[in-house]
Design a protein around this ligand. Structure first.
Ligand SMILES: Cc1ncc(COP(=O)(O)O)c(C=O)c1O
Length: 480
Protein backbone atom coordinates (compact mmCIF):
# COMPACT_ATOMS: atom_id res chain seq x y z
CA UNK A 1 0.00 0.00 0.00
CA UNK A 2 1.32 3.45 -0.91
CA UNK A 3 2.34 5.63 2.02
CA UNK A 4 0.20 8.66 2.69
CA UNK A 5 2.73 11.45 2.30
CA UNK A 6 2.12 15.15 2.66
CA UNK A 7 0.37 17.26 5.22
CA UNK A 8 -1.77 14.45 6.69
CA UNK A 9 1.18 12.32 7.64
CA UNK A 10 3.03 15.44 8.82
CA UNK A 11 0.30 15.99 11.38
CA UNK A 12 1.36 12.72 12.96
CA UNK A 13 4.90 13.98 13.47
CA UNK A 14 6.48 16.32 15.97
CA UNK A 15 7.01 20.04 15.43
CA UNK A 16 10.76 19.45 15.25
CA UNK A 17 10.35 16.79 12.57
CA UNK A 18 8.17 19.00 10.44
CA UNK A 19 9.69 22.45 10.86
CA UNK A 20 12.46 23.63 8.56
CA UNK A 21 14.77 24.97 11.25
CA UNK A 22 17.41 22.41 10.33
CA UNK A 23 18.86 25.12 8.07
CA UNK A 24 19.12 22.78 5.10
CA UNK A 25 17.30 25.19 2.82
CA UNK A 26 20.38 27.16 1.99
CA UNK A 27 22.63 27.50 -1.06
CA UNK A 28 25.39 26.10 1.14
CA UNK A 29 23.64 22.74 1.16
CA UNK A 30 22.30 23.12 -2.38
CA UNK A 31 25.92 23.26 -3.48
CA UNK A 32 26.40 19.86 -1.93
CA UNK A 33 23.48 18.51 -3.89
CA UNK A 34 24.91 19.89 -7.14
CA UNK A 35 28.21 18.18 -6.34
CA UNK A 36 26.49 14.90 -5.44
CA UNK A 37 24.73 14.88 -8.81
CA UNK A 38 27.90 15.29 -10.82
CA UNK A 39 31.04 14.70 -8.75
CA UNK A 40 34.43 15.33 -10.34
CA UNK A 41 36.72 12.37 -10.87
CA UNK A 42 40.06 12.80 -12.69
CA UNK A 43 39.42 9.88 -15.08
CA UNK A 44 35.77 8.81 -14.70
CA UNK A 45 34.23 12.28 -14.70
CA UNK A 46 36.81 14.98 -15.48
CA UNK A 47 34.08 17.53 -16.33
CA UNK A 48 32.33 17.05 -13.00
CA UNK A 49 31.89 19.53 -10.16
CA UNK A 50 34.95 19.91 -7.91
CA UNK A 51 34.02 19.87 -4.25
CA UNK A 52 35.38 23.07 -2.68
CA UNK A 53 32.59 23.43 -0.16
CA UNK A 54 34.01 20.81 2.18
CA UNK A 55 36.19 21.96 5.08
CA UNK A 56 38.07 18.69 5.40
CA UNK A 57 41.73 18.23 6.14
CA UNK A 58 43.08 15.43 3.95
CA UNK A 59 46.66 16.62 3.75
CA UNK A 60 48.25 14.48 6.47
CA UNK A 61 46.57 11.08 6.28
CA UNK A 62 49.86 9.41 5.38
CA UNK A 63 51.28 10.34 8.80
CA UNK A 64 48.30 8.80 10.58
CA UNK A 65 48.44 5.66 8.44
CA UNK A 66 52.11 5.23 9.21
CA UNK A 67 51.40 5.52 12.94
CA UNK A 68 48.60 2.95 12.70
CA UNK A 69 50.91 0.49 10.95
CA UNK A 70 53.58 1.00 13.58
CA UNK A 71 51.12 0.62 16.46
CA UNK A 72 48.93 -2.41 15.74
CA UNK A 73 48.32 -2.86 19.47
CA UNK A 74 46.27 0.35 19.58
CA UNK A 75 43.49 -1.34 17.66
CA UNK A 76 41.41 -4.06 19.27
CA UNK A 77 40.90 -5.72 15.89
CA UNK A 78 44.47 -6.91 15.35
CA UNK A 79 46.29 -9.97 16.72
CA UNK A 80 48.42 -7.55 18.78
CA UNK A 81 45.43 -5.77 20.33
CA UNK A 82 42.72 -8.41 20.47
CA UNK A 83 43.41 -9.28 24.12
CA UNK A 84 41.77 -5.94 24.96
CA UNK A 85 38.75 -6.62 22.77
CA UNK A 86 36.32 -7.77 25.45
CA UNK A 87 37.09 -4.96 27.88
CA UNK A 88 36.83 -2.24 25.28
CA UNK A 89 33.81 -3.64 23.43
CA UNK A 90 31.98 -3.82 26.72
CA UNK A 91 32.87 -0.32 27.91
CA UNK A 92 30.08 2.26 27.84
CA UNK A 93 30.62 4.57 30.82
CA UNK A 94 29.58 8.09 29.85
CA UNK A 95 32.65 9.52 31.57
CA UNK A 96 34.75 7.97 28.80
CA UNK A 97 37.93 5.97 29.20
CA UNK A 98 40.22 7.69 31.69
CA UNK A 99 43.21 7.26 29.38
CA UNK A 100 41.26 8.86 26.52
CA UNK A 101 40.38 11.91 28.61
CA UNK A 102 43.98 12.20 29.86
CA UNK A 103 45.35 12.03 26.31
CA UNK A 104 42.74 14.45 25.02
CA UNK A 105 43.51 16.98 27.78
CA UNK A 106 47.22 16.80 26.97
CA UNK A 107 46.58 17.11 23.26
CA UNK A 108 44.35 20.16 23.77
CA UNK A 109 47.16 21.82 25.78
CA UNK A 110 49.75 21.00 23.15
CA UNK A 111 47.58 22.45 20.36
CA UNK A 112 47.32 25.64 22.42
CA UNK A 113 51.09 25.95 22.75
CA UNK A 114 51.17 24.36 26.23
CA UNK A 115 50.15 27.73 27.68
CA UNK A 116 47.12 26.25 29.43
CA UNK A 117 46.40 23.02 31.24
CA UNK A 118 43.15 21.14 30.78
CA UNK A 119 41.63 19.01 33.51
CA UNK A 120 40.67 15.55 32.13
CA UNK A 121 37.71 15.48 34.53
CA UNK A 122 36.15 18.47 32.78
CA UNK A 123 36.18 16.80 29.38
CA UNK A 124 32.75 15.73 28.12
CA UNK A 125 32.31 13.56 25.05
CA UNK A 126 29.94 14.16 22.22
CA UNK A 127 29.33 13.16 18.61
CA UNK A 128 31.65 15.66 16.92
CA UNK A 129 31.52 19.40 17.51
CA UNK A 130 28.02 19.16 16.06
CA UNK A 131 26.85 17.21 19.09
CA UNK A 132 29.04 19.24 21.44
CA UNK A 133 27.52 22.54 20.31
CA UNK A 134 24.02 21.20 20.77
CA UNK A 135 24.88 19.69 24.14
CA UNK A 136 26.18 22.99 25.48
CA UNK A 137 23.05 24.77 24.25
CA UNK A 138 20.87 22.24 26.06
CA UNK A 139 22.83 22.98 29.23
CA UNK A 140 22.73 26.77 28.97
CA UNK A 141 19.51 27.84 27.29
CA UNK A 142 15.78 27.14 27.13
CA UNK A 143 13.63 27.21 23.99
CA UNK A 144 13.21 30.83 22.89
CA UNK A 145 16.43 31.99 24.60
CA UNK A 146 19.08 33.48 22.39
CA UNK A 147 22.80 33.29 21.70
CA UNK A 148 24.57 36.17 20.01
CA UNK A 149 26.85 35.21 17.13
CA UNK A 150 29.23 37.36 15.08
CA UNK A 151 28.79 37.20 11.29
CA UNK A 152 29.84 35.59 9.03
CA UNK A 153 29.38 32.20 10.75
CA UNK A 154 29.35 28.45 9.92
CA UNK A 155 26.00 27.59 8.25
CA UNK A 156 25.66 24.32 10.21
CA UNK A 157 25.20 26.33 13.41
CA UNK A 158 21.55 26.93 12.55
CA UNK A 159 20.97 23.20 12.77
CA UNK A 160 23.42 22.42 15.58
CA UNK A 161 22.52 25.22 17.97
CA UNK A 162 18.86 25.81 17.19
CA UNK A 163 16.92 23.03 15.52
CA UNK A 164 16.25 20.66 18.42
CA UNK A 165 16.98 23.06 21.28
CA UNK A 166 14.64 25.89 20.21
CA UNK A 167 17.45 28.39 20.84
CA UNK A 168 17.59 31.40 18.51
CA UNK A 169 20.62 33.19 17.13
CA UNK A 170 21.10 36.96 17.23
CA UNK A 171 23.60 38.06 14.59
CA UNK A 172 26.31 40.50 15.58
CA UNK A 173 27.03 42.19 12.28
CA UNK A 174 30.69 42.48 11.37
CA UNK A 175 31.95 43.64 7.97
CA UNK A 176 35.04 44.14 5.88
CA UNK A 177 35.31 47.88 6.63
CA UNK A 178 37.24 46.95 9.78
CA UNK A 179 38.36 43.46 8.78
CA UNK A 180 35.30 41.72 10.26
CA UNK A 181 36.49 42.65 13.75
CA UNK A 182 34.08 41.82 16.57
CA UNK A 183 33.78 45.19 18.28
CA UNK A 184 32.26 46.00 21.65
CA UNK A 185 30.02 48.46 19.84
CA UNK A 186 28.59 45.78 17.50
CA UNK A 187 28.02 43.50 20.50
CA UNK A 188 26.22 46.26 22.43
CA UNK A 189 24.00 47.09 19.43
CA UNK A 190 22.92 43.45 19.00
CA UNK A 191 22.42 43.00 22.74
CA UNK A 192 20.33 46.16 23.06
CA UNK A 193 18.17 45.22 20.08
CA UNK A 194 17.49 41.77 21.56
CA UNK A 195 16.52 43.35 24.91
CA UNK A 196 14.15 45.74 23.14
CA UNK A 197 12.58 42.74 21.39
CA UNK A 198 12.13 41.03 24.77
CA UNK A 199 14.53 38.27 23.88
CA UNK A 200 16.48 36.67 26.70
CA UNK A 201 20.14 36.62 25.71
CA UNK A 202 21.92 33.72 27.38
CA UNK A 203 25.29 34.01 25.75
CA UNK A 204 27.70 34.71 22.95
CA UNK A 205 29.18 32.02 20.72
CA UNK A 206 32.35 32.57 18.71
CA UNK A 207 34.48 30.42 16.42
CA UNK A 208 38.22 30.85 16.83
CA UNK A 209 39.87 30.39 14.33
CA UNK A 210 36.97 31.63 12.30
CA UNK A 211 35.03 29.58 9.81
CA UNK A 212 34.74 31.10 7.15
CA UNK A 213 37.33 33.89 7.57
CA UNK A 214 40.30 31.65 8.40
CA UNK A 215 41.59 34.18 10.93
CA UNK A 216 42.51 33.91 14.60
CA UNK A 217 41.27 36.32 17.25
CA UNK A 218 43.92 38.47 18.89
CA UNK A 219 44.33 38.65 22.64
CA UNK A 220 42.77 42.10 22.97
CA UNK A 221 39.63 41.09 21.12
CA UNK A 222 39.32 37.95 23.21
CA UNK A 223 39.76 39.99 26.39
CA UNK A 224 37.09 42.43 25.30
CA UNK A 225 34.71 39.51 24.60
CA UNK A 226 35.41 38.04 28.02
CA UNK A 227 34.75 41.38 29.72
CA UNK A 228 31.56 41.84 27.68
CA UNK A 229 30.08 38.54 28.84
CA UNK A 230 31.28 39.21 32.40
CA UNK A 231 29.55 42.60 32.43
CA UNK A 232 26.30 41.19 31.04
CA UNK A 233 26.55 38.00 33.08
CA UNK A 234 25.97 35.78 30.06
CA UNK A 235 27.85 32.72 28.78
CA UNK A 236 30.70 32.57 26.30
CA UNK A 237 30.99 29.46 24.13
CA UNK A 238 34.18 29.23 22.07
CA UNK A 239 34.19 26.76 19.22
CA UNK A 240 37.91 26.03 18.81
CA UNK A 241 37.53 23.24 16.27
CA UNK A 242 40.18 24.77 13.96
CA UNK A 243 42.77 25.43 16.71
CA UNK A 244 45.54 23.34 15.12
CA UNK A 245 44.94 24.55 11.58
CA UNK A 246 46.91 27.76 12.24
CA UNK A 247 49.62 27.78 9.57
CA UNK A 248 51.02 31.30 9.85
CA UNK A 249 51.68 33.89 12.50
CA UNK A 250 50.22 35.19 14.72
CA UNK A 251 50.17 32.12 16.96
CA UNK A 252 46.93 30.74 18.26
CA UNK A 253 45.46 32.20 21.45
CA UNK A 254 42.71 30.22 23.17
CA UNK A 255 40.10 31.76 25.42
CA UNK A 256 41.48 29.40 28.10
CA UNK A 257 44.72 31.38 28.02
CA UNK A 258 43.07 34.78 28.02
CA UNK A 259 40.74 34.10 30.93
CA UNK A 260 43.79 33.59 33.15
CA UNK A 261 44.73 37.19 32.45
CA UNK A 262 41.34 38.87 32.91
CA UNK A 263 40.74 40.22 36.39
CA UNK A 264 37.64 38.95 38.19
CA UNK A 265 36.83 36.66 35.28
CA UNK A 266 33.67 34.65 35.93
CA UNK A 267 35.15 31.34 34.90
CA UNK A 268 31.94 29.40 35.18
CA UNK A 269 30.51 31.38 32.26
CA UNK A 270 33.09 30.03 29.83
CA UNK A 271 32.91 26.83 27.77
CA UNK A 272 35.06 25.45 24.97
CA UNK A 273 33.84 23.22 22.14
CA UNK A 274 36.45 21.09 20.44
CA UNK A 275 36.67 18.19 18.00
CA UNK A 276 39.20 16.15 16.06
CA UNK A 277 37.33 16.60 12.78
CA UNK A 278 39.56 19.37 11.44
CA UNK A 279 42.79 19.34 13.42
CA UNK A 280 43.44 15.62 12.88
CA UNK A 281 41.16 15.18 9.87
CA UNK A 282 38.85 12.66 11.59
CA UNK A 283 35.29 13.88 10.95
CA UNK A 284 34.18 10.26 10.60
CA UNK A 285 35.32 9.35 14.11
CA UNK A 286 32.81 11.81 15.59
CA UNK A 287 35.07 12.90 18.42
CA UNK A 288 33.55 16.02 19.94
CA UNK A 289 34.41 17.63 23.24
CA UNK A 290 32.77 20.12 25.57
CA UNK A 291 35.24 21.55 28.06
CA UNK A 292 33.41 23.62 30.63
CA UNK A 293 34.81 25.63 33.53
CA UNK A 294 31.39 25.36 35.20
CA UNK A 295 30.98 22.42 37.62
CA UNK A 296 27.23 22.16 37.14
CA UNK A 297 27.56 22.13 33.37
CA UNK A 298 30.18 19.40 33.68
CA UNK A 299 27.85 17.35 35.83
CA UNK A 300 24.72 17.73 33.72
CA UNK A 301 26.58 17.68 30.38
CA UNK A 302 28.21 14.40 31.42
CA UNK A 303 24.79 12.81 31.76
CA UNK A 304 23.82 14.20 28.36
CA UNK A 305 26.93 12.53 26.91
CA UNK A 306 24.86 9.35 26.92
CA UNK A 307 23.22 10.61 23.74
CA UNK A 308 26.46 11.00 21.83
CA UNK A 309 29.23 8.83 23.21
CA UNK A 310 32.41 8.39 21.22
CA UNK A 311 32.81 4.67 20.45
CA UNK A 312 35.08 3.01 23.02
CA UNK A 313 37.10 1.48 20.18
CA UNK A 314 37.85 4.98 18.89
CA UNK A 315 38.60 6.24 22.41
CA UNK A 316 41.00 3.36 22.95
CA UNK A 317 42.91 3.96 19.74
CA UNK A 318 43.07 7.73 20.21
CA UNK A 319 44.22 7.37 23.82
CA UNK A 320 47.25 5.59 22.46
CA UNK A 321 47.82 7.89 19.46
CA UNK A 322 47.39 11.19 21.26
CA UNK A 323 49.61 10.22 24.16
CA UNK A 324 52.45 9.46 21.75
CA UNK A 325 54.15 12.81 22.23
CA UNK A 326 56.72 12.39 19.50
CA UNK A 327 54.05 11.57 16.98
CA UNK A 328 51.78 14.43 18.05
CA UNK A 329 54.60 16.98 17.89
CA UNK A 330 55.60 15.82 14.43
CA UNK A 331 52.01 15.64 13.20
CA UNK A 332 51.09 19.14 14.38
CA UNK A 333 54.12 20.82 12.85
CA UNK A 334 54.03 18.86 9.60
CA UNK A 335 50.28 19.35 9.18
CA UNK A 336 50.63 23.07 9.69
CA UNK A 337 53.52 23.20 7.22
CA UNK A 338 51.44 21.37 4.60
CA UNK A 339 48.46 23.63 5.17
CA UNK A 340 50.68 26.70 4.73
CA UNK A 341 52.06 25.27 1.50
CA UNK A 342 48.63 24.43 0.12
CA UNK A 343 47.24 27.81 1.16
CA UNK A 344 50.12 29.56 -0.58
CA UNK A 345 49.62 27.57 -3.77
CA UNK A 346 45.94 28.34 -3.86
CA UNK A 347 46.26 32.00 -2.87
CA UNK A 348 48.95 32.52 -5.52
CA UNK A 349 46.68 30.99 -8.16
CA UNK A 350 43.93 33.44 -7.22
CA UNK A 351 46.34 36.38 -7.24
CA UNK A 352 47.41 35.52 -10.78
CA UNK A 353 43.90 36.32 -11.97
CA UNK A 354 43.57 39.30 -9.63
CA UNK A 355 41.07 37.66 -7.35
CA UNK A 356 41.54 39.03 -3.87
CA UNK A 357 40.85 37.20 -0.64
CA UNK A 358 40.61 38.08 3.01
CA UNK A 359 44.11 37.65 4.52
CA UNK A 360 44.11 34.56 6.71
CA UNK A 361 46.47 32.50 8.85
CA UNK A 362 44.35 29.45 9.70
CA UNK A 363 41.57 27.15 8.58
CA UNK A 364 41.03 24.95 5.56
CA UNK A 365 39.60 27.63 3.26
CA UNK A 366 39.96 31.07 1.71
CA UNK A 367 37.35 33.84 1.98
CA UNK A 368 37.36 35.00 -1.61
CA UNK A 369 36.24 38.46 -2.63
CA UNK A 370 34.25 38.40 -5.89
CA UNK A 371 32.42 41.68 -5.36
CA UNK A 372 33.84 43.03 -8.58
CA UNK A 373 32.09 40.26 -10.52
CA UNK A 374 28.66 41.23 -9.25
CA UNK A 375 26.47 43.24 -11.57
CA UNK A 376 24.87 44.91 -8.59
CA UNK A 377 26.06 44.60 -4.99
CA UNK A 378 23.07 42.51 -3.91
CA UNK A 379 22.60 39.05 -2.45
CA UNK A 380 20.45 38.20 -5.44
CA UNK A 381 23.40 38.81 -7.75
CA UNK A 382 25.70 36.93 -5.39
CA UNK A 383 23.42 33.92 -5.78
CA UNK A 384 23.42 34.33 -9.56
CA UNK A 385 27.19 34.42 -9.64
CA UNK A 386 27.36 31.38 -7.38
CA UNK A 387 25.06 29.65 -9.82
CA UNK A 388 27.40 30.37 -12.71
CA UNK A 389 30.38 29.15 -10.69
CA UNK A 390 28.71 25.90 -9.80
CA UNK A 391 27.17 25.19 -13.22
CA UNK A 392 29.64 26.59 -15.69
CA UNK A 393 32.92 26.73 -13.84
CA UNK A 394 31.89 23.52 -12.05
CA UNK A 395 33.27 24.40 -8.64
CA UNK A 396 31.21 23.99 -5.51
CA UNK A 397 32.13 27.06 -3.50
CA UNK A 398 29.85 28.50 -0.81
CA UNK A 399 28.27 31.96 -1.09
CA UNK A 400 28.72 34.44 1.77
CA UNK A 401 24.97 34.78 2.25
CA UNK A 402 24.85 31.21 3.56
CA UNK A 403 27.31 32.31 6.27
CA UNK A 404 25.01 35.22 7.12
CA UNK A 405 27.62 37.62 5.82
CA UNK A 406 26.27 41.16 5.92
CA UNK A 407 27.77 42.23 2.58
CA UNK A 408 27.38 40.47 -0.79
CA UNK A 409 30.23 39.17 -2.93
CA UNK A 410 32.18 36.93 -0.56
CA UNK A 411 32.63 33.19 -1.19
CA UNK A 412 34.26 30.49 0.92
CA UNK A 413 36.46 28.11 -1.00
CA UNK A 414 38.04 25.07 0.65
CA UNK A 415 41.50 23.89 -0.38
CA UNK A 416 42.57 21.03 1.91
CA UNK A 417 40.14 18.28 0.86
CA UNK A 418 41.84 17.42 -2.43
CA UNK A 419 45.20 16.56 -3.96
CA UNK A 420 47.55 18.97 -5.74
CA UNK A 421 46.39 17.91 -9.20
CA UNK A 422 42.77 18.71 -8.39
CA UNK A 423 43.83 22.12 -7.04
CA UNK A 424 45.55 22.76 -10.38
CA UNK A 425 42.42 21.81 -12.29
CA UNK A 426 40.29 24.05 -10.07
CA UNK A 427 42.70 26.96 -10.57
CA UNK A 428 42.70 26.37 -14.34
CA UNK A 429 38.92 26.53 -14.36
CA UNK A 430 38.98 29.81 -12.42
CA UNK A 431 41.61 31.18 -14.80
CA UNK A 432 39.58 30.19 -17.86
CA UNK A 433 36.41 31.66 -16.38
CA UNK A 434 37.98 35.00 -15.55
CA UNK A 435 39.72 35.04 -18.93
CA UNK A 436 36.46 34.42 -20.76
CA UNK A 437 34.72 37.16 -18.86
CA UNK A 438 37.57 39.53 -19.65
CA UNK A 439 37.39 38.88 -23.38
CA UNK A 440 33.67 39.65 -23.38
CA UNK A 441 34.48 43.21 -22.40
CA UNK A 442 35.71 44.77 -25.63
CA UNK A 443 38.66 47.07 -25.12
CA UNK A 444 39.65 45.55 -21.82
CA UNK A 445 43.15 44.23 -22.38
CA UNK A 446 43.58 42.67 -18.99
CA UNK A 447 41.25 41.79 -16.19
CA UNK A 448 40.05 44.83 -14.33
CA UNK A 449 38.64 44.97 -10.85
CA UNK A 450 35.41 46.56 -12.05
CA UNK A 451 34.62 43.68 -14.39
CA UNK A 452 30.93 42.83 -14.29
CA UNK A 453 29.20 39.66 -15.32
CA UNK A 454 26.22 39.81 -17.57
CA UNK A 455 23.72 37.41 -16.06
CA UNK A 456 21.00 38.06 -18.59
CA UNK A 457 22.63 35.65 -21.01
CA UNK A 458 22.89 32.90 -18.49
CA UNK A 459 20.53 30.01 -18.12
CA UNK A 460 19.57 29.37 -14.52
CA UNK A 461 18.87 25.81 -13.58
CA UNK A 462 16.03 26.09 -11.08
CA UNK A 463 16.67 22.65 -9.68
CA UNK A 464 19.80 23.94 -7.97
CA UNK A 465 18.24 27.12 -6.71
CA UNK A 466 15.41 25.10 -5.24
CA UNK A 467 16.02 23.62 -1.81
CA UNK A 468 13.49 20.91 -2.59
CA UNK A 469 15.29 19.21 -5.42
CA UNK A 470 15.13 15.44 -4.94
CA UNK A 471 18.44 13.87 -4.03
CA UNK A 472 18.88 10.50 -2.39
CA UNK A 473 21.65 11.49 0.01
CA UNK A 474 21.29 14.19 2.63
CA UNK A 475 23.95 16.86 2.29
CA UNK A 476 23.57 17.47 6.02
CA UNK A 477 25.31 14.20 6.69
CA UNK A 478 28.51 15.72 5.47
CA UNK A 479 27.94 19.35 6.42
CA UNK A 480 31.25 20.81 7.28
C1 LIG B 1 32.88 25.97 13.26
C2 LIG B 1 32.44 24.55 13.17
N1 LIG B 1 31.89 23.96 14.24
C3 LIG B 1 31.46 22.70 14.19
C4 LIG B 1 31.59 21.93 13.05
C5 LIG B 1 31.11 20.48 13.05
O1 LIG B 1 32.20 19.62 13.19
P1 LIG B 1 32.11 18.06 13.53
O2 LIG B 1 32.44 17.33 12.28
O3 LIG B 1 33.15 17.80 14.59
O4 LIG B 1 30.75 17.77 14.01
C6 LIG B 1 32.17 22.49 11.91
C7 LIG B 1 32.32 21.73 10.67
O5 LIG B 1 32.59 22.25 9.62
C8 LIG B 1 32.62 23.84 11.97
O6 LIG B 1 33.18 24.44 10.92
Amino acid sequence: MAMDLGSKSQQLLSKIATNDKHGENSPYFDGWKAYDRNPFHPTNNPQGVIQMGLAENQLSFDLIEEWIKNNPKASICTPEGVHQFRNIANFQDYHGLQEFRNAMAKFMSKVRGDKVRFDPDRILMSGGATGANELIMFCLADPGDAFMIPTPFYPGFVRDLCWRTGVQLIPVHCDSSNNFKITRKALEVAYKKAKEDNIKVKGLIITNPSNPLGTTLDKDTLKSLVSFINDKNIHLVCDEIYAATVFNSPNYVSVAEVMQEVEHCKRDLIHIVYSLSKDMGFPGFRVGIVYSFNDEVVSCGRKMSSFGLVSSQTQHMLASMLSDERFVTKFLSENSRRLAKRHEKFAKGLEEVNITRFPSNAGLFCWMNLKSLLKEPTFEDELKLWHVIIHEVKLNVSPGSSFNCSEPGWFRVCFANMDDDTVDIALNRIRAFVGKETKKHVGIKRWQPNLRLSFSSRRLDESVLSPHSPIPTSPLVGAT
